[in-house]
Design a protein around this ligand. Sequence first.
Ligand SMILES: [Zn+2]
Length: 343
Amino acid sequence: MKVEIEIFADEIVIPLDFNGKKKNFLALGALFVPLKKKEVLIKKLTNSRCLFDKSRVWVWNHPDCPFAQECKNKWHEQNNTEIHHEKIRSARPNNSLIEISKRWIKLLIDTNKNEESLVYFNILYIDLDMLNIDEFGTEKAHENIYNKFFRTLIHYGVKAFFSEYSSVIVKNVYHDEGSMEHHNYFPFLNLHKLQENIGKIGYVENTTIKFLNSDHRSYQQAENDLYRESQLIQFIDLILGTATQNIYYLSNDELKKNIAMIIRPLVSRLLSNPNNKNSSYNYYRKQKISIFPKFPIEKTEIYIQTLNDDFVKDNLRGQFYTDKSLEMPPFDNDQKSLNSFFS
Ligand SMILES: [Zn+2]
């Protein structure tokens, strides 16, 4: 039995100051989409864009909407927005963005609860302080770390989620082009190396990473079908952003905290009990979050630059951990709405 999948990747690069505490880490996220489930997932995501209660079925153009008489062109334009976690802000809130973001995270939780195997993701945090990276914080060192752990991210995901198949064929790897602007990541050989890496369990068919604009509207204007794939880039951006908000508390924004609370029960379980087969959240062999490394690493430069992927796999395995407490305190949505009601 073989399975064909596509991968949609995104990342958050910091250092970032929050509450006087410096955060210096790299967050990598990848969505693994079996081709057989791609249509269903995109359909569920896009239908969540229709905020017109009578319909709940999304059509891109207002004239094609079965409710075109009651529904408004303006609503279609507003709901055809880019879902981007960074853009969720309490100051000048974009209602469509907030509503659709909530629905997308609920969709993740609901499909899990319904025991559907639809959403597969792997998230990996690299704690750069523990790598003593500042001592030799060259661009090259960051690139090497990035590329090495990007492969680890994909490799672990493929192994953890699809090991029941005798062969896993990675048809395409997509990446958000926006986040890559300032870096020279993904040298030409990256996916070729991954191909060797996952040799026993499958192979990468297209070793050229496809960079995608996360704003699908540019593809729509150009009548390019990639606006569909762009939805999946937006979805992993949102999952990564909301998970990271819970784990590292990067923003004090109330709307970011509000939406983070929807994914929180899943995130906290993934960290505290990642191998629980009986959780009602049904994440086992579908979703993973891990952090690297558990203990400070000396001579990281030598590890990263001179040693191969098998070294990371074999010798540093014990350095991956999950049992990290959430830095964001619980945020009471009801209390918030009550407060804004009376204020
Ligand atoms: Zn409509």
